[in-house]
Design a protein around this ligand. Sequence first.
Ligand SMILES: C[S@@+](CC[C@H](N)C(=O)[O-])C[C@H]1O[C@@H](n2cnc3c(N)ncnc32)[C@H](O)[C@@H]1O
Length: 268
Amino acid sequence: MDSDVAKKRAEIPGSASSILDARTLHTSHKRLSELVTEGMSVLDVGCGTGTITKGIAEIVGSRGRVVGIDQNPAFVETANESALDLPMLSFMEGDVYDLPFENEFDMVTSARVLQWLSDPVRALRTLIAAAKPGGKIIILDYNHEKIKWEPEPPESTKQFYRAFLKWRADAGMDNEMADHLEEMYGRVGLSQIHTHIQDEVVTRSDPDFMKKINIWADVMTSRGKQMVRDGFYGESELTLAEKQYREWVQFEARSQCMYLRAVEGSKQ
Ligand SMILES: C[S@@+](CC[C@H](N)C(=O)[O-])C[C@H]1O[C@@H](n2cnc3c(N)ncnc32)[C@H](O)[C@@H]1O
């Protein structure tokens, strides 16, 4: 499948950056927060607005080096503004398929990015090239087929979700990325491969329940429009799905679990 289609569908509309802005290293990339230590050099590819990257820089300190890369210039600009007080941290615009680094970093990470690519193995090879020999690669990603809601959401939500996954698969994206990482790591020659469960669970008693579970309302508003434009969903169905999802969130929803895995491996 044409990777330009994936590239276009992966673009995050400006309105959706609030989901990225709310993430931190400790809440949203836990395994990485356990691995990063003072003085390390770390590359974060597909860093979004850089909130996780900034957390990495705070740990590595002034003897370390952290670089964040994203293809979205608006995200890089926001990230740069937040990095002014951290001289070891820099952000740049760039494409995961074309990274300007070789054998430079102790650790290379890419969180929630490979799921949006049509050729994740090619991306993984460029991430590995950027790591030093003996360096670590750590990818964080979802299996969207394994999401769980309690209780079941309305039929219109499930229909939207199925269309969303179909729209992604049509662009060559892997909806089960999390469960294919280990096999990919083996194929490209990484060693010491370990998988960590990092599921994102939110329940009604959590203070940020509404913000987190409304991720699908945000997806309906942002990606839904793209799906309508691409002929994968009807405009009236989208309006109904969004209305019924918001009602379900307000009155019925108890929990949501998004299946997320961090997979680490070492470069020989
Ligand atoms: C879902 S966001 C994840 C952001 C952040 N890593 C996090 O975990 O919150 C995916 C990010 O990958 C970026 N991205 C998608 N395709 C990319 C590519 N080919 N090269 C670089 N960045 C890319 C997007 O612009 C977006 O910021």
